[in-house]
Design a protein around this ligand. Structure first.
Ligand code: FPP
Length: 234
């Protein structure tokens, strides 16, 4: 990526969409698209976190995804188990800290174990944070935060205090990308995207490569972020 005057977002979010269509168009099973998506996630997370961005959040599996056919859910769960167990080495080498957001309920012991091992081993890595949203819902995150607040007998809390009850202590998302041409948020990080710039490339996630990401950053650089105030350029 050419440096120059490009703006580098602190926190990028990606909805990894279009794996199924990518596979179907190639005459393959949907699950082959998920495998290609996972491989691409490793490649693109390395690229993004090496470009100066400190946090990358990705939507790997929503609470609603449990309603997909059982074979597809099982395939994804096995991909998480095998991928996280095998790729601890990769994330250590790339010095990336991996964390997870979402509800632990409904996930098998094997999946939870693979997630926990990944988090433990990469905990002290310093070249950026990859936040994998798994069994995640944006509304569920807010409701879970409210329930923790009730348990703590808190009253009248501020936005800053509320944030501390979310799954992870992360800054707001600056740039939110959804691949595959769908123009929806689909319950992804509702609190954190309040002022995010939204970007919807047409390509499917397995094809979302370095060049596509550079295009997103060029577009992000052109945006005039006002956060409800007036433009810096006015
Ligand atoms: C959406 O595409 C994708 C998913 C529901 C799963 C995302 C999973 C991966 C990229 C692989 C594993 C990732 C991690 C982080 C371990 P879709 O199936 O809805 O595609 P479609 O809209 O074309 O049907």
């Amino acid at each position: 990526m050419s440096e120059g005057k490009l703006k580098i977002p602190m926190h990028v979010g990606i909805i990894l969409d279009g794996n199924g269509r990518w596979a179907k168009e190639k005459g393959m099973k949907r699950t082959a698209g998920h495998l290609a998506g996972y491989k691409n996630l490793k490649r693109i997370s390395k690229y993004i976190l090496n470009s100066g961005t400190k946090y990358l959040s990705v939507f790997a599996f929503s609470t609603e995804n449990f309603n997909r056919p059982i074979e597809e859910v099982n395939y994804l769960m096995n991909l998480f188990i095998e991928g996280f167990n095998k790729d601890r080495k990769f994330f250590m080498k790339e010095n990336i800290k991996v964390v997870f957001s979402g509800r632990r309920e409904k996930l098998s012991q094997e999946v939870l174990h693979a997630m926990d091992k990944m988090m433990e081993e990469t905990e002290n890595n310093t070249n950026g944070v990859l936040n994998i949203c798994l069994n995640y819902g944006g509304r569920a995150e807010i409701v879970d935060a409210v329930n923790k607040i009730i348990k703590d007998n808190k009253e009248n809390i501020t936005e800053e205090e509320f944030k501390k009850y979310l799954y992870r202590d992360l800054p707001d998302i600056d740039l939110m990308i959804r691949t595959s041409g769908e123009i929806r948020i689909s319950n992804f990080m509702l609190w954190q995207i309040s002022y995010a710039e939204l970007y919807f490339p047409k390509c499917y996630f397995p094809d979302f490569n370095e060049l596509e990401y550079d295009r997103a950053i060029e577009e992000y650089t052109k945006r005039d972020r006002r956060f409800g105030g007036t433009s810096k350029n006015e």
